[in-house]
Design a protein around this ligand. Structure first.
Ligand code: SF4
Length: 447
């Protein structure tokens, strides 16, 4: 249920629940990994797919981050790239590479831009030869400003990267310093301008609202710079306070004060308004693209729709034929398994039976528009939509949705609460009392 307070941005729900709702459920026992993987790799893919390469090294641990894994040492780069390429070579000739060509290749981390120019070049160019990429495949290099030098940019673009996604978080120098981000404001701007000047792909950044020390003025300046620099896309994320991160420790010790939780929605709304005023298009609830239309965000979109994904690299996660899998996160163990010709898989999960339905709902919510006709078109969708509609009507009354014909468009407040709402939809669908709850909501709506 949402609170009908008249101020949905601030108080529709009690918590944000930022963890993205998954659609994979039942863990597979380790003794079944080998046979299951054999079956998965012997089946051609049947739907649009992607590949994800994980590069788990970072030069520093940013205070807010829960993804930090390995401190970067220069000598680790080349052997790690060797291991990833070894894993990709092992896939050659396997039917899982057959089927529709891959629409997106994503190098994430960690910090893939930490790799040397020669390693970046051979990683991307060799993967292009080893994986069945579509001619218009989006090839994203994720990373950060620090140590992303011009020779690396050139190497990446020359090898075929056509999208660069950098975690900037904020341009404001005092806030950057307090978060452990070392690059100065001028260095951030200069790096982004250099990337834009290459004119070789979409340049996209992440910004975070809710950071300690952030004000509406620093936020407005961050948003102004996105347009002024000539970027192609921007993600606006609310600060996710992850237990165990250095930021959480600093907040617990009262060394840093985050933005009050009830103001986060106002930051989001002002960000959405600024992007709209600049003529940018919201292609998801957290992502905007410039009128230049270079940005497509194919990987992010496909991953939200539950597309099949081939995982490469220590700690990478993938999904094939309704089975999710994760590779061994430890670099040494991952390399050792590959050297011994063994499967570097650490966990597997079978998708829940109604995953196609959940994926349609997740993808629609993520894009800011739930299409009831699309949901009803999936097997089992009619019953789900019949029960869901009273909840969606309740949320409409609370100012989170704007129903229009077959669509439920998320309002600005709904967009801010999207992840929390999607999680609640999944919880509602799984609830043993779903039918009686739907009946109660229907009664509430009739009053
Ligand atoms: S934000 Fe990026 S660079 Fe910083 S610790 Fe996390 S993964 Fe590494």
């Amino acid at each position: 249920m949402a609170r009908s307070s008249g101020d949905p941005l601030r108080s529709a729900f009690g918590d944000l629940r930022r963890a993205h709702p998954g659609s994979l459920a039942a863990p597979v026992p380790a003794e079944e990994f080998e046979n299951l993987w054999a079956a998965m790799s012997q089946s051609p893919r049947s739907s649009p797919g992607t590949a994800y390469v994980h590069v788990p090294f970072c030069e520093t641990h940013c205070l807010f981050c829960g993804f930090y894994k390995y401190h970067w040492r220069k000598r680790d780069g080349a052997p790690y790239v060797d291991s990833v390429l070894t894993q990709a070579r092992r896939l050659q000739g396997q039917p899982l590479l057959d089927g529709p060509p891959l629409r997106a290749l994503y190098l994430g981390g960690g910090t893939p831009t930490i790799l040397s120019a020669p390693d970046l070049h051979r990683l991307v160019s060799e993967l292009r030869g080893l994986l069945p990429l579509a001619p218009d495949c989006e090839i994203t290099l994720e990373g950060r400003i620090l140590a992303f030098t011009e020779d690396k940019m050139r190497a990446a673009f020359d090898a075929g990267v056509n999208r660069v996604s950098l975690g900037v978080q904020t341009f404001d120098e005092p806030i950057r310093r307090s978060l452990g981000r070392k690059a100065s404001k001028q260095a951030v701007i200069a790096t982004l301008e250099t990337l834009v000047a290459f004119d070789s792909g979409a340049i996209v950044i992440d910004l975070i609202y809710g950071l300690p020390g952030q004000t509406f003025e620093t936020w407005a300046e961050d948003l102004r710079l996105v347009e002024a620099i000539g970027l192609d896309g921007v993600d606006l994320y609310g600060l996710n306070l992850i237990p165990g991160t250095p930021l959480m420790t600093a907040i617990d010790k009262r060394k840093l004060d985050p933005v009050p939780r009830q103001d986060l929605g106002v930051f989001y709304a002002s960000g959405a308004e600024a992007m709209e005023q600049a003529g940018w298009e919201a292609i998801s609830t957290s992502h905007w693209r410039s009128p230049g239309l270079r940005e497509r965000s194919v990987y992010n979109y496909l991953s939200k729709t539950g597309a099949e994904c081939i995982a490469l690299g220590a700690g990478a996660g993938g999904a094939l034929g309704g089975v999710g899998y994760r590779l061994i996160p430890t670099v040494e163990a991952y390399a050792k398994q590959l050297d011994q010709g063994q499967l570097p898989i650490t966990s597997m999960f079978r998708a829940r039976q109604d995953a196609p339905l959940i994926n349609v709902i997740r993808a629609g919510m993520e894009r800011g528009r739930l299409d009831s006709t699309q949901v009803r078109a999936v097997p089992g969708g009619d019953a789900v939509m019949d029960d869901l509609e009273p909840l969606l009507a309740h949320w409409s009354r609370a100012g989170l949705l704007a129903p229009r014909q077959r669509f439920f468009d998320l309002t600005v407040a709904g967009r801010f609460w999207q992840v929390a709402m999607t999680q609640r939809i999944i919880g509602f669908l799984d609830h043993p009392q779903r039918r009686p709850m739907a009946a109660l909501l229907r009664e509430e709506g009739a009053k």
